[in-house]
Design a protein around this ligand. Structure first.
Ligand SMILES: [Zn+2]
Ligand SMILES: [Zn+2]
Length: 377
């Protein structure tokens, strides 16, 4: 069958919406009609190539982007038992095995079975079921959700209730979970904490909401773009600043010069300067969470060992908010339905054909999260 899809053909090439060929689902696979797909900065890392190793281009391009999405199962392959045609689902870029030590201990995002999820080919058999003019296509995170429909593994989708709007559900599948979990699970924000969130796109706004929901006393939102700072305020930030340097005085005032309790780095790209500035405003026995990614091949960053040995500071990484996608998804959707988590106000919608505008708007801070409407009906 045919499908419209946004494809990038080489490093730093623009997205092009083209017609691709999609083969039927094989055993253990499902065909999903994607109704909403969020633009996550991970897609941009792959499009721009700043996370692509030199020489690795042929393994990635041409590529169908997208990994943060929701849709409807249209068809299932042999042996599929957990979803049926008509079921509403979200994409899961962490297709957990359920059996390894990480899955068994509730840390499914770190599943040992995920080590190949960025490689070419379908998850179930490594074959290709998506082609452009006869050429096999790479699917971002084995999902490729910037498309009307793609064939993905049964493990790569998680069922959701039908009453949740697709766009909100889509954001829960990556950005909202990652940001919210950064503040709640990885930073372990506690009531009364002073929290700093650096970078206030979809991830940062979700981190602000997470920090607010567990009772942070003050939330300092840092972003160079005014719309993002205003957005952060409307979602619960108490102070804003254009840079960590500008925030330094605010943080000192709020903490008697001790530094923040939790600092969360969610900028588009974590540079060594941002890491150092973040660590600098992190207080004693406090936690710095690194959620955003650095550019590929970035030189190792020197760190002040005394900050750890003498001040008890911690730096923690963060994948999918440190949560298990199968348990986090229904939990976050419940918070959304209860009105604790505001996802709708984060969303600006674009048709799939306007992905170029959506991306430009997102990079220039004219939206908080672009959501593509992929399936034409
Ligand atoms: Zn993402
Ligand atoms: Zn596993």
């Amino acid at each position: 069958m045919k499908a419209q899809a946004a494809v990038v053909t080489g490093r730093d090439e623009p997205w092009r919406v083209v017609e691709i060929d999609v083969a039927p689902p094989a055993a253990g696979e499902v065909l999903v009609e994607w109704h909403a797909a969020g633009l996550c900065h991970s897609d941009e890392h792959f499009r721009s190539g700043d996370r692509v190793a030199p020489g690795a281009e042929s393994a990635l391009y041409p590529m169908v982007g997208g990994h943060e999405a929701a849709g409807i199962v249209a068809e299932v392959g042999a042996g599929v038992t957990t979803v049926a045609p008509g079921d509403h689902v979200v994409a899961s870029f962490s297709p957990i095995c359920g059996r390894c030590r990480y899955c068994a201990s509730g840390r499914g995002a770190l599943c040992n079975g995920n080590k190949d999820f960025m490689l070419r080919g379908q998850l179930v058999d490594g074959a290709h079921r998506h082609h452009l003019d006869g050429e096999p296509l790479y699917l971002m995170a084995k999902l490729g959700t910037f498309a009307e429909r793609t064939v993905v593994a049964e493990r790569s989708v998680i069922p959701i209730p039908e009453d949740v709007p697709f766009a909100a559900a889509a954001l829960v599948s990556c950005g909202v979970a990652t940001g919210w979990g950064s503040a709640v699970e990885r930073a372990e924000t506690r009531p009364g904490d002073v929290v700093v969130v650096v970078g206030c796109g979809g991830l940062g706004i979700s981190a602000v909401q997470g920090a607010r929901s567990v009772g942070a006393r003050e939330i300092v939102a840092v972003d160079p773009l005014p719309l993002r700072r205003d957005g952060a305020k409307s979602f619960g930030a108490t102070r804003t600043a254009a840079s960590v340097d500008e925030a330094r005085g605010i943080i000192a005032d709020l903490t008697d010069g001790q530094g923040a309790d939790r600092v969360i780095l969610t900028p588009s790209v974590v540079t060594p300067e941002i890491l150092h500035a973040g660590l600098d405003v992190t207080g004693k026995d406090a936690v710095l969470v690194v959620t955003g990614m650095g550019p590929f091949g970035e030189a190792p960053v020197p760190l002040d060992i005394g900050a750890f040995a003498l001040l008890n500071k911690q730096i923690r990484g963060c994948l999918f908010g440190g949560m298990d996608p199968r348990t986090a998804t229904p939990r976050l959707l419940d918070l959304y339905r209860a009105g604790v988590l505001d996802i709708d106000s984060m969303i600006t919608r674009y048709p799939l054909s306007d992905i170029g505008t959506a991306l430009a708007d997102q990079l220039e801070g004219r939206n908080l999260r672009a959501v593509l409407e992929c399936h034409g009906g």
